[in-house]
Design a binder for this molecule. Structure first.
Ligand SMILES: C[S@@+](CC[C@H](N)C(=O)[O-])C[C@H]1O[C@@H](n2cnc3c(N)ncnc32)[C@H](O)[C@@H]1O
Length: 391
């Protein structure tokens, strides 16, 4: 083993790190000083930066008010009403069952958030409100946030793991029970409907990123009500389809697949990936928004089950929102980091962390695919490593 000599490349790295640390410490002191802040806000070259940072910081302080403004708009069906055409405050107030002053206040707030737009003396849809017209996914998600909002009332208690009832854990009962396969229909309906509502945003991304033409049979593990499977069926009419989920969820999927006329082509299997083998016969498996619900040990168990169910030349697609996604860092680390902590299990992972877990459970040649909206999901494709079925 070679020692680290005087001339080893370690030395310059240490120097540059300490230079960087000193620079950061100096910069932090400047930014924290009221005098520097006042100077930066006045000096023409730094003024735009100072204003931008102040505004960003205010958004962090006030973000929950913006979310509640959106909730009020959705509950009052404001976007659907404005989709009929621009209207005055006086015309909108009775339709929203609000006094004219309160209605004006809501519209002004919504306009500042680009949800609605002032058009002379009338109001129309704004660039962020227009996509919400009839959008059941975002509406369901915003309404579901009442539970997250309740759990985040005391974020420090949550971080310290202080005991208390979690509203989110009630929504996702499989996260906290020993035998999730014993959950009955009454416990799985609410989350299954929520997941199904937001599934099209995800399935379009996955299926645009990975054409399924060369495969013959797909197994969707943790496939919910079969909404992803229905999207696959529409894109790849030649594929045989299977899905696996908890028994009460698989029952829901079976009904949906029957309604979609797919019962001849698609089978829904009930069981738990903790205790039951997955059905065999597929040459490609998918795990869509499943791994982030579980700790690393759980993910390794799921991946090994999937590896065992696939042939030696099988393929796995793993899709979910990931941390360290360029341009969407807060979604992964802040939103999902706290969401899953409140739920009581799971964590967001970077693509690199997923790669390490995949390689540890019998997969190789892991690639991150390009997709247009990585905020909704990122997509990894991996091949079975031959001879490593029983790692
Ligand atoms: C976050 S949902 C994702 C559903 C679907 N893949 C989607 O993207 O809409 C996670 C799914 O994993 C299923 N699940 C949780 N624990 C399970 C277990 N032990 N065995 C099988 N499925 C399980 C849940 O019932 C749920 O449908």
């Amino acid at each position: 083993m070679q020692g680290v000599s005087e001339s080893s490349p370690i030395a310059p790295v240490v120097v540059s790190r300490s230079l960087r640390e000193r620079w950061c410490a100096w910069r932090d002191r400047q930014i924290a000083s009221r005098r520097f802040q006042r100077w930066a806000a006045r000096f023409p070259l730094t003024r735009p930066i100072a204003q931008r940072r102040a505004s960003k910081l205010f958004d962090l302080v006030a973000g929950f008010v913006y979310s509640q403004t959106l909730l009020a708009c959705l509950q009052l069906k404001l976007f659907e009403i404005l989709a009929e055409g621009p209207q005055t405050t006086a015309a909108l107030a009775p339709r929203l069952v609000l006094g004219e002053d309160a209605c004006g206040r809501l519209l002004a707030a919504a306009a500042s958030l680009e949800l609605v737009e002032r058009r002379g003396d009338r109001w129309g849809l704004g660039p962020l409100g227009a996509p919400l017209v009839g959008d059941i996914a975002i509406t369901a998600m915003v309404e579901h946030h009442a539970a997250l909002y309740a759990d985040l009332r005391d974020p420090v208690a949550l971080l310290r793991g202080e005991p208390g009832r979690s509203a989110l854990a009630d929504c996702w009962p499989y996260a906290g029970v020993e035998s999730p396969d014993a959950l009955d229909a009454g416990r799985v309906g609410e989350y299954s409907v929520l997941m199904s509502a937001s599934q099209p945003m995800v399935s379009d991304e996955v299926l645009d990123a990975y054409p399924l033409g060369r495969h013959r049979c797909l197994l969707d593990v943790g496939g919910g009500e079969g909404t992803f499977l229905r999207a696959v069926a529409a894109r790849a009419p030649h594929l045989q389809l299977m899905m696996f989920d908890l028994p009460a969820v698989a029952d829901r999927a079976r009904e949906r697949l029957l309604e979609a006329g797919l019962s001849g082509r698609a089978q829904a299997h009930g069981g738990s990936f903790w205790s039951d083998p997955l059905p065999r016969g597929a040459d490609i498996a998918t795990l869509v928004r499943v791994c982030f619900d579980h700790d690393d040990e759980g993910v390794l168990r799921i991946l090994r089950r999937v590896r065992q169910a696939l042939p030696e030349d099988g393929t796995l697609l793993l899709a979910e929102p990931m941390s360290e996604t360029p341009g969407a860092e807060a979604m992964g680390s802040a939103y999902f980091g706290f969401y899953l902590m409140a739920m009581g299990r799971g964590r967001p992972r970077s693509a690199e962390r997923h790669r390490a877990l995949l390689e540890a459970s019998g997969f190789e040649r892991v690639r991150l695919l390009r997709n247009p909206m990585p905020l909704y999901t990122r997509v990894l494709v991996a091949q079975c490593a031959p001879g490593r079925r029983d790692v």
